[in-house]
Design a binder for this molecule. Structure first.
Ligand code: MEV
Length: 320
């Protein structure tokens, strides 16, 4: 006799890449922070039959047709339910999943990985299974492949990590910071599809391998330097590296007029550094204020310059 199935919950949060996006797809390191103020929760429960999904973007049964007809976000959540059940060897039947809280999709904030991760924990939990970190990672990565094509794996870790991480060659570890940097992310409101941006960079890499490799090496140098800046709270140096990184990312074609405008607005408003974050071509910037007390003024300046959303990266707690 199996235990009767009860409800189970999984949570995840948004992430922001401080430095290293795109280069991380080519084996270079990256640094990511959780965005504590942007979380979501998935709740799984037993239902009579079939699979059902209730999210801010979908309500109803998950059917095979959803794979072709659904919106991208709906599709990602449905794939996550199925991949989890397959991974834990349970029937694709009798499970209802609700997702609450919303991480804006296609903004470089890791929403697809967070949705998949929260769903994986909830669905496995419903069956009395506590996923190992490796199983959770594999499920999220398999969903990320559907969402983005060739994910580095950074988002799969960063959307569940409690603090900043150093990610390199498929492995993540906790990153020591002397003092929390005063970071915020600001949204251009323009969709940026990571899969599209990564594919375009790959095409440029094929056409101009030496130039794009040089750009990736340049980003890697900045990431290594940033690790030292964070260990010693050298925030002016960190800001300079963020600014330099935005220039390199622009040179490989992943910035946009809207991203450049917010980056400039952040610098004008006194940010020590600002750059796009995530896949780019839309989505968010990340900016470093001189101190936590200066974050609200920076946020106000970015909102006045057209940002459609601003989130503080840390909630005032120390990350170290
Ligand atoms: C992901 O948030 C950002 C990219 O580096 C892609 C990846 O790491 O898979 C552009």
């Amino acid at each position: 006799m199996h235990e009767p199935l009860r409800g189970a919950v999984g949570t995840a949060h948004a992430k922001t890449i401080l430095l290293g996006e795109h280069a991380v797809v080519y084996g270079r390191p990256a640094i990511a922070f959780p965005v504590a103020s942007l979380t979501l929760e998935a709740r799984a429960e037993s239902i009579g039959s079939g699979l059902a999904l209730h999210t801010p973007f979908h309500a109803g049964a998950i059917t095979a047709e959803d794979d072709a007809a659904a919106t991208r976000e709906e599709h990602i959540a449905a794939v996550a339910v199925r991949r989890t059940l397959e991974r834990i060897g349970r029937p694709l039947d009798g499970v209802g999943v609700s997702v609450t809280g919303l991480i804006p999709a296609a903004r470089g904030l890791g929403s697809s990985a967070a949705v998949a991760s929260a769903i994986a924990v909830a669905v496995a939990g419903l069956h009395g299974i506590a996923l190992t970190p490796a199983d959770r990672f594999e499920i999220v990565q398999s969903v990320e492949r559907v969402a983005h094509g060739t994910p580095s794996g950074l988002d799969a870790y960063a959307t569940t990590a409690a603090g900043p991480i150093w990610f390199e060659q498929g492995r993540a570890r906790t990153l020591a910071v002397a003092e929390s940097p005063a970071l915020l992310v600001a949204d251009t409101g323009v969709l940026g599809r990571t899969g599209v941006a990564v594919a375009e960079v790959r095409a440029r890499h094929e056409r101009n391998p030496h130039a794009i490799e040089a750009a990736m090496e340049g980003i890697a140098d900045l990431v290594v330097g940033a690790r030292e800046d964070l260990a010693s709270a050298a925030f002016a140096d960190l800001g300079e590296r963020m600014n330099a990184c935005h220039g390199v990312l622009s040179s490989i074609g992943v910035s946009s007029t809207e991203l450049d405008a917010l980056v400039q607005a952040a610098r004008r408003a006194g940010a020590l550094g600002a750059k796009l974050t995530g896949g780019g071509q839309g989505g968010c910037i990340i900016a470093l204020a001189p101190s936590a007390s200066e974050l609200p003024a920076l946020a106000a300046a970015l909102t006045a310059s057209g940002a459609t959303g601003v989130w503080f990266v840390t909630d005032g707690e120390e990350n170290a």
